[in-house]
Design a protein around this ligand. Structure first.
Ligand code: HPA
Length: 245
């Protein structure tokens, strides 16, 4: 069974025939929402809304540990995370889909490991390649099969949020080598790795990042939501195709 974590613009997985919902409890508290178990393209899937069913949990307050722990307890074989991003690059435009390959983590103060607290042992996971190779390959193939362009080899910068960045911050992220910027990719990816769960992400470009493209005059949340609604249909098609293969 595969898990889908939905972000902004994807609080439900249309087409998912939900068989049951489970409010999970974990040693780290409750996940963002009940886990929705069901079938998509005839395959078992569990869906979790990262920001809660009502989109009420901001990126820095998502209980990433509870989310990943609950999915591991549900015995998922892998996680596909969907997340909105801002584009730092001129050639990645609002509405485009991106398959990130690397991460730079600028978040702070988020509980970001299972290996702390009473009785815990110290662990240092290998994170050279933060995303799972095989899952990325499946996403790439599914995108090709659905005729969706999926920009590959992108570097994802994880910022703290919930505010958007300043123009100078985006310039810095570009100098650091980042292509897209979002607020939820970490510690999610690292926690999945700690539990040896294959994890990959699809990013939907919601807007040009601060100071770039048409965002020079500021970023409108209404515009972001309109873009997300359209692109999520493509994300859907990719996920369904990937599952059906
Ligand atoms: N910055 C950070 N996170 C985001 C953005 C952005 O511009 N757009 C969507 N998520």
């Amino acid at each position: 069974m595969l898990a889908i974590i939905g972000g902004s613009g994807l609080t439900r997985l249309a087409g998912l025939a939900v068989s049951h919902r489970q409010v999970a409890s974990t040693p780290y508290g409750e996940p963002s929402a009940a886990l929705s178990f069901g079938h998509l393209a005839g395959r078992p899937v569990v869906f979790l809304a990262r920001h809660g069913d009502q989109h009420g949990i901001p990126p820095h307050q998502v209980n990433y540990r509870a989310n990943i722990w609950a999915l591991a307890e549900a015995r998922v074989l892998g996680i596909v995370a969907v997340a909105a991003v801002g584009s730092i690059r001129a050639d990645l435009k609002p509405g485009d889909l991106v398959l990130p390959e690397q991460i730079i983590d600028y978040t702070w103060g988020r509980p970001s490991t299972f290996h702390e607290g009473p009785g815990a042992t110290v662990a240092h996971i290998d994170f050279t390649e933060p995303y799972d190779h095989a899952l990325r390959q499946r996403l790439r193939a599914a995108a090709a099969a659905t005729g969706s362009r999926l920009a590959d080899a992108a570097v994802y910068a994880a910022t703290q949020g919930p505010r958007l960045e300043s123009a100078a911050e985006i310039n810095r992220l570009e100098r650091d080598g980042a292509d897209v910027v979002g607020m939820t990719g970490m510690p999610e990816a690292a926690l999945a790795r700690e539990l040896a769960l294959p994890y990959a992400a699809i990013n939907v470009v919601a807007n040009f990042a601060a100071g770039r493209g048409d965002s020079r005059a500021g970023i409108s949340l209404e515009a972001i939501h309109a873009v997300l609604a359209a692109s999520m249909q493509q994300v859907h098609a990719i996920i369904e195709t990937m599952l059906g293969d």
